[in-house]
Design a protein around this ligand. Sequence first.
Ligand SMILES: C[S@@+](CC[C@H](N)C(=O)[O-])C[C@H]1O[C@@H](n2cnc3c(N)ncnc32)[C@H](O)[C@@H]1O
Length: 390
Amino acid sequence: MTQQRAHAMLPRATHDELARQAFVQSLKVHLASEVSPGNKRVYEQSVKPQIEAALQRAPRDRHDVRPLMKRQPYYQMWSSLQRTSQEMMWDSVSSSVDRQIDTLIDAARQQPASLGSLTLDPAMPIPSYHQAVDIHCQPGGYHTELCRDDVAAGAIYDRAVHVYAMGRMGDLNDDLGASAVAWLKRNRPDFKPRRILDMGCSVGHSTLPYVDAYPDAEVHAIDVGAPMLRYAHARAESLGKRVHFSQQNAEQTNFESGSFDLVVSHILLHETSGRAIPRIMKEIHRLLSPGGTMLHAEVPQYEGMDPYDAFMLDWDTYNNNEPFWGAVHDMDLVKLSTDAGFAADQVFQVMTPSAIEEAQSRTQLLQGGDFAGAGVWFLYGALKAPAAAA
Ligand SMILES: C[S@@+](CC[C@H](N)C(=O)[O-])C[C@H]1O[C@@H](n2cnc3c(N)ncnc32)[C@H](O)[C@@H]1O
């Protein structure tokens, strides 16, 4: 099992806890590399010919594939194991965090607020899309608090991401942020944002690369989950990074209009809702300064994707408590942006390579719900019109 970089908040694992987590990670690798490819054989040899015979044409999208494929015993076996591995992952990490929760809460309380800041708003309503389901089966989701100053959800998430990603997000789980930053540096080398906002920051995995890349910028990060933010703040302080965390809904924040040059998110949008996304886009347009940049690292769109691959990547919609996953893959991102006030010719959608060196090995490990199976990330964004044209 690859090592996660230590910091003051990272839960420690006993020998047995580590063994359980390592087993789950190995099981996930085994499912992705040894079991999942059998689905493709079932599809090519049996399901695709049946679809072609029934429809008198090749399958066009995942909807053509799903009705027959979901009834295949091999697929059902893989899907069941995949779901079980997900539940085992949360179990293996949660029990370890539960054992040391008092120590972790104390560690968070003891972080001196010498660099950044933490502002919580207990009165902020948690969006219904987080209360309705435990997203990707994380017990209690991102926001549930079971005791005063709870940090459990953050601690569980930090550790579980490392197990889920099979270590390939890097030792600080920061590959998404690092890859987005690398893209910005390559494509906009002269861009020097003065204020940056990361929406849906979770425990700050993707936020910290912006602190390193733009040391003169004031970096803010928001999330709806208080336990995530307490953990994120203490983690950032422990790693010596200055970030201002606040508990806010990305649909409507309390920041001033035009006060950010760069607003980013990383795998946030697919965990919101069809009603929330347009509101988030409008809010970003309001927050951006003239000429400012919006950048989202997300799951790639299904359009143009092989129907079988789209079907497999859509596994989370039905099996992993990600009800909005499929719908967001189908959204018209240009329309979404123009409805929010961006010009169509300022919208971009690109695939960018993973910043982590093992990107190549990731290609061998495409798993259900894996949005970085090919060692690349999908970036979507837009530039706000400069002052004269605004
Ligand atoms: C998958 S996690 C994001 C991971 C993180 N950005 C990263 O790259 O490591 C999604 C996060 O978005 C937060 N979130 C969801 N909806 C939100 C909203 N409307 N406003 C702010 N945060 C939100 C969740 O609480 C959760 O922490």
